[in-house]
Design a protein around this ligand. Structure first.
Ligand code: FAD
Length: 487
């Protein structure tokens, strides 16, 4: 694992001084820059401190920033007082960091990406051909035999990955002769990777503000995964001197440990996992009325409750038609669509979940990956006649998973593959579902998440027939719009 602090926001005046000092060789700027840097001005804390004072100071914000850069220690004291004393935590959001994260496992990257107020861009197993890039979990490192078996398993999976990749290239070339070379290799990688383990390493760029950083550091320190705890330590070591007044509560409390390492002490009967892959659990039964009343409310100044009470007198179809007029594929639907929500329970492979979790405005609850929920085998793997070898390997994985779980249950997750599944409860409002379906029902989307998106789309259409007339992937939407233009 390697963590690099790639960037952070510092006051622009420092960069301007640097430009003058270096490019214009201005002596005074150089001396001033050195003085400020020696005083610790190379920190995003000064921007937080200046903005924190905006609401109560008669000075201009420009002057406040200039003061903070000149008096860093005072700025730090002010931050601590305002953020932790007064509870004005959003001040810390004005300090932003970028990190390069290299060589971390898919399991750890998944853990990290559960956090919704961060930005991530990750190496895609759809686009990059993988070598033997995996970690050996620390949880089993003390047991030589387990470690040896783990490595053998992953080496075998890697060989299968390469074998499938080669066969899939032939398969897709034959199936879609006009496919470009890039698409062809992409499709082969996309499906071959289902046999790879969650110990496979990844790299990503992560952007996070100091408020969230403090929050995730606390959670990382409480994580059951050793790798995540180490990652948290690495990240903290890179920022501790940069933002001491903004990242204060980074140690986990009892509450964090309970949340992440706990397990609920409630006994339930064994529940039927259910046959559906996507189940609509609940939705806003009068959601269409609420959205329509909301749309009219925004434009009319009427009382919202009165609009709801008189909804029968409103022509809902024409209100929705009017609201959607002129919408393009990159536009969000009106905020009123947030008044209707839908909660689904879905069964997702790790491959599919890796994409689902990137939608940060949804509420998600995740069950564990477990062999008991079966695996998702790509159709292409079946069609190249490799389903047998795939399932044989999965059997081995499942047996080894049980062995590791008895030794250290936290290490067991690394053994499972991209094909293994978990149950996820996911709730979002119709505005976010529109965004999700636009991206994920589109032809560019990977087939697993696309199938999920289509099932969600159908169920949303049943629940909200009037509101979902334009709920479709980007490509279908553009087609529909062009057809309408041509009429
Ligand atoms: C075809 C395809 C290929 C992809 N390939 C890759 C890849 O190779 N690597 C990779 O890492 N990811 C990849 N992704 C994932 C993609 O980058 C997004 O993370 C994912 O689609 C979630 O969408 P989103 O960020 O628009 O929105 P959501 O998280 O669903 O949020 C909805 C909307 O809210 C707003 N929003 C949410 N959070 C913020 C924020 N912090 N700042 C500003 N606005 C915000 C935006 O308007 C956003 O569109 C791919 C996605 C697709 C569809």
């Amino acid at each position: 694992m390697k963590v690099i602090l790639a960037g952070m926001n510092i006051d622009m005046s420092l960069l301007q001084l640097m430009e003058k000092a270096l490019l214009e060789e201005d002596e005074r700027s150089r001396d001033e820059l050195i003085r400020l840097l020696k005083n610790g001005a190379l920190t995003p804390e000064t921007i937080s401190a200046a903005y924190a004072r905006i609401s109560r100071s008669p000075l201009s914000v420009e002057e406040l920033r200039s003061q903070a850069v000149r008096e860093v220690e005072k700025a730090r004291r002010s931050n601590e007082k305002i953020i932790y004393g007064m509870g004005h935590g959003s001040i810390a959001e004005h300090a932003v960091f970028n990190f390069d994260l290299l060589g971390i496992s898919r399991l750890a990257s998944e853990w990290l990406q559960e956090h919704r107020l961060l930005s991530f861009t990750e190496k895609s197993q759809r686009y990059i051909k993988l070598g033997k890039d995996f970690i050996t979990p620390d949880e089993i490192k003390d047991d030589k035999e387990l470690t040896r078996e783990f490595r053998e398993l992953l080496e075998r999976e890697n060989n299968l990955y390469n074998r499938y990749y080669t066969a899939l290239l032939e398969y897709f070339k034959e199936k879609e002769p006009r496919i470009s070379e890039r698409e062809l290799t992409g499709k082969a990688k996309e499906d071959a990777r289902y046999i790879l383990s969650l110990a496979t390493t990844s790299q990503m760029g992560m952007t996070v503000n100091a408020r969230n950083l403090e929050y995730i550091l606390r959670q990382m320190a409480a994580s059951p995964l050793y790798e995540v705890r180490m990652l948290g330590d690495e990240i903290f070591s890179l920022v501790r001197d940069k933002v001491p007044s903004l990242v204060v509560f980074h140690e986990p409390g009892e509450y964090d440990v309970k949340a992440w390492r706990g397990g609920f002490p409630v006994k339930t009967q064994r529940l039927d996992p259910g046959p559906d892959i996507v189940r609509l659990v609940s939705w806003t039964s009068d959601g269409e009325d609420k959205v329509v009343a909301g749309l009219v409310f925004e434009d009319s100044g009427h009382d919202y409750q009165a609009l709801l009470d008189n909804i029968k007198t409103i022509d809902k179809k024409s209100v929705i038609r009017e609201a959607m007029k002129g919408i393009n594929f990159y536009d969000s639907v009106d905020r009123a669509f947030e008044l209707a929500t839908a909660t689904f329970e879905v069964l997702a492979s790790a491959s599919c979940y890796a994409q689902l979790k990137r939608h940060r405005l949804m509420s998600r609850l995740t069950g564990e990956y477990t062999p008991g929920l079966g695996v998702t085998v790509p159709d292409s793997i079946k069609e190249i006649g490799e389903e047998g070898s795939f399932m044989e390997e999965i059997e081995r994985v499942n047996e080894f998973y049980e062995k590791v779980r008895l030794y250290d249950k936290n290490g067991a997750g690394y053994v499972l593959t991209n094909a293994h599944r978990r149950k996820v409860v996911v709730k979002a409002n119709l505005r976010e579902w529109y965004h999700f379906v636009r991206l994920r029902s589109d032809t560019h989307a990977q087939w697993g998440i696309r199938a999920l998106s289509e099932m969600i789309r159908e169920k949303l259409h049943e629940a909200y027939p009037l509101l979902t007339g334009q709920l479709m992937g980007k490509d279908a939407f553009i087609r529909m719009r062009n057809e309408k233009k041509g009429e």
